[in-house]
Structures are given as structure tokens and as C-alpha cells.
Ligand binder design. Structure first.
Ligand SMILES: *[C@@H]1O[C@H](CO)[C@@H](O)[C@H](O)[C@H]1NC(C)=O
Length: 404
């Protein structure tokens, strides 16, 4: 009898707890609304162009007050060029479970980027889905190695004037040009993103950033045909960690100094990352041209492993792949306060540490601290190369430093 009563009490107790939980859940669910692209006519058959359906879903979600979530389910959704514009009424999520498939023909995309988010705050793009740029059809059209004014092919996904937002758990493959582009973005977190394109695919930068600040990139795996991460004019306070880069051209600042009105690049950290089979590890490149003066400063490169990297540490202020620069002119860009701390591994070039600064504005306050880079080859052990660089060393440095 006693046990029956206490059993009854237990059931009452459970019911009470359950009703409290369900009340709490329905309270947090209030205002939460899923905008499934299928409700707007989208079809995951790999053929139907879903641009209009996606845009409609976005527009309604963007106007929703509460917790709107645009939802792309599993399936292959062929998608023409789209621009998702804000400002929106609330925080907004864009969840991609399936694959978004770009048009094969780059002419079908009449904007610089296939999928654009613009003027949005508090945006989350996530879901584990795939962006397939189908770039292999347009890579043969790329003539950028032949001409300065080459045809720009669309990038996969772009964020322009987006703040307080994040991109996570998205995979980008075979972009026509770069994969992800960030312009005028502030307070943005990029994490658990995978980027894949063949090592010989032309100009397929992984993540390209300009005029942006307070960004973080971490736990990201990039293998592509150009820079894993390219950091351009006007980028400040960028923290990069736990990145795997390779194949690719490394993590690059620049090129800078080709265009007028460029802004400084300051406050970069690259740490706890691996470069595997890349042409560069960490690189700063500025054109060997008079250009306008500019500043690159306050960088920390720390805890970086190089595995068979051609140029592990590379400051190149003599960058001149084609005119208008010439090797007789010198960069006007000041590079200063750059620390390389705990960089180790193997270099496939004999010159493992290259600090080739401008004769006009020599590099200042460059610090090497515990660098151990090995070159195995018939041409002998690794060496360092210095031009117009001032700074100091701490700890063990191999190859021996040439900084004065
Ligand atoms: C480096 O790349 C090679 C070739 O792709 C691969 O076999 C190896 O596992 C990679 N090493 C690391 C530490 O990622």
C-alpha cells in the first residue's frame, strides 16, 4: 500500500516536472519559425533553379520578428545567383543541410559572387551542408596568369557589410574563383568550415578578407589552388588559429601596394596551425612599385608547423609578377612589429626564412624567437635571406638568423 502511494506521488511529481519543462520549451519556441525553402517552391532535384524560392524564403524570414530560420533540407538544390539582403527584423539563421549546386556556366552568375549576404547583423550560416561551385568547367576560362585585367569569375559565398555573425559547419568545394569573400565585415566568427579544390585550380583562394575587423577564423581545414587565407587592405584585428592549410599558397597578407587608397593591415595573429605541402607558410607580399604609402604592423605568428613547405617564412616586398611594377622601384609600405615565435618543420626550398624588405622603408622590429626549419636537399642545409630588415632574435634559431 505504501509503495502504491509513493508510486502515485512519483507519477504526480513526474507530471509536474514535465509540465514545467514543456511550459519552458513553448516559451522559448515562441517566435521561432522555420522558413523551409520547399514551402516556397524549392526542389532538391539538382535541376530546378531555386533562386526565386530561396529569395522569397529569405525575405519572409528577414521580416519575421522572433527567431527566424531559413532551412534548406537534404537534397541537391540547383541555385542561380542570389543576394540575401538585410537589414532583418531579428537575429536570423540560414541552415543548409543539403548541397547547393552552382550553374556550370559562369555567365549565368551576373554578380561577383554566387551567394551573397549583405547588410545583415546577427546572422548564422550553418548546418553541415555543401556549396558546390562546379568550378572545373570554368577553370580553363581563367586567364589571370596571362593578363593583369583578367576576367573575374564568381566566388562561392560572400559576406558584405555583415556584423556580429558566424559561419560554421559548411563545406565549400570547387569554387570558380575564391570560396569565401568577406568585405566590410565586423565581429565575425568562421569555424568548422572545410574548403576543398584541387591544388592546381586557378585563383581558388579559400577565405579572402578586406576592409574587415574583429574576425576570428578557427578549426578550419583548407586545401585549395591559391591562398588558404588572403588578407587584404583595411583588415585589422584578425585572429586565426587551429587552421590546416594545404595544398595551397599559405596564409598571405597582400598583395598590397598596387592600388591607390589602400588601408593598413594591423593586428593579425596566426597561431597553432599546420601548413602541409603549401608553396608558402606565412607570407606578406607588397608590390615593388612606388604606389601609395601604407602600414603593415602588429603581427604575431606563433606555434606553426611547416611540413614540406616551399617558403615557410616569406616577407616579399619585391612582388612583381607583371607590370606596372619593376624590380628597380621599391615598395612604400612599412612593415613593422612582426613576431615569429616557435615556427618549426621542413622547407623544400633552401631559403627557409626570407625577409626581403623595401629599400625605401626597411622593415622594423622583426623578431624571430625559436625558429627551427630544416631543408633536406643536395643544395645543402636551410638558409635565411635578409634585405633591409631590422629587429632581433631570441631563443634557438635555425637556420641562423641574418637580422641585424
Ligand atoms: C600532409 O599531407 C600528406 C599528403 O597529402 C598526408 O599524407 C599527411 O597525412 C599530411 N600530414 C598531416 C600532419 O596532416
Amino acid at each position: 500500500m505504501v509503495s502504491i502511494i509513493s508510486g502515485f506521488k512519483l507519477i504526480l511529481f513526474i507530471a509536474a516536472v514535465a509540465s514545467i519543462i514543456s511550459a519552458a520549451t513553448s516559451a522559448t519556441l515562441a517566435g521561432r519559425k522555420v522558413f523551409d525553402v520547399r514551402s516556397y517552391g524549392a526542389r532538391g532535384d539538382g535541376k530546378t533553379d531555386n533562386a526565386i524560392a530561396f529569395t522569397k524564403a529569405w525575405k519572409e524570414a528577414c521580416q519575421w520578428k522572433g527567431y527566424p530560420r531559413v532551412y534548406v533540407p537534404f537534397g541537391t538544390f540547383y541555385l542561380g545567383a542570389v543576394t540575401f539582403t538585410g537589414p532583418c527584423k531579428s537575429r536570423i539563421s540560414f541552415i543548409i543541410k543539403g548541397t547547393l549546386l552552382a550553374p556550370k556556366d559562369p555567365n549565368a552568375i551576373k554578380q561577383d559572387t554566387w551567394i551573397i549576404f549583405r547588410y545583415v547583423d546577427y546572422l548564422t550560416v550553418s548546418g553541415g551542408g555543401i556549396l558546390d561551385g562546379q568550378g572545373s568547367y570554368s577553370w580553363p576560362l581563367n586567364n589571370c596568369h596571362k593578363t593583369l585585367y583578367c576576367r573575374a569569375l564568381p566566388m562561392n559565398m560572400g559576406f558584405q557589410f555583415v556584423r556580429f555573425s558566424r559561419l560554421s559547419r559548411i563545406k565549400s568545394i570547387n569554387s570558380k574563383m575564391g570560396h569565401f569573400n568577406f568585405f566590410a565585415v565586423q565581429y565575425f566568427d568562421i569555424t568548422r568550415v572545410r574548403i576543398m579544390a584541387p591544388g592546381d585550380s586557378p585563383n581558388t583562394d579559400g577565405i579572402k578578407i578586406g576592409s574587415s575587423n574583429h574576425m576570428k577564423i578557427h578549426h578550419v581545414d583548407i586545401g585549395t589552388g591559391d591562398d588558404c587565407i588572403a588578407i587584404l587592405s583595411g583588415t585589422t584585428n584578425l585572429d586565426i588559429y587551429n587552421v590546416k592549410c594545404g595544398p595551397g599558397h599559405g596564409i598571405s597578407v597582400g598583395s598590397l601596394g598596387k592600388f591607390k587608397g589602400e588601408k593598413s593591415v594591423q593586428g593579425l595573429t596566426v597561431r597553432d596551425s599546420i601548413f602541409n605541402g603549401t608553396s608558402n607558410g606565412v607570407r606578406i607580399k607588397t608590390w615593388a612599385s612606388p604606389g601609395s604609402p601604407n602600414l603593415v604592423s602588429n603581427f604575431l605568428y606563433k606555434n606553426l608547423q611547416m611540413i614540406n613547405v616551399e617558403n615557410p617564412i616569406n616577407i616579399d616586398q619585391r612582388y612583381c609578377p607583371n607590370p606596372p611594377c619593376s624590380l628597380k622601384s621599391f615598395s612604400q609600405i612599412q612593415i613593422k612589429d612582426v613576431k615569429f615565435n616557435n615556427i618549426w618543420g621542413t622547407s623544400t626550398n633552401k631559403v627557409a626564412v626570407k625577409l626581403q624588405c623595401s629599400k625605401n622603408v626597411p622593415c622594423k622590429n622583426v623578431e624571430l624567437f625559436n625558429v627551427n626549419l630544416v631543408h633536406r636537399g643536395r643544395d645543402g642545409p636551410a638558409i635565411s635571406l635578409c634585405e633591409n630588415v631590422a629587429g632581433w632574435t631570441r631563443g634557438k634559431i635555425s637556420p641562423p638568423s641574418c637580422i641585424r
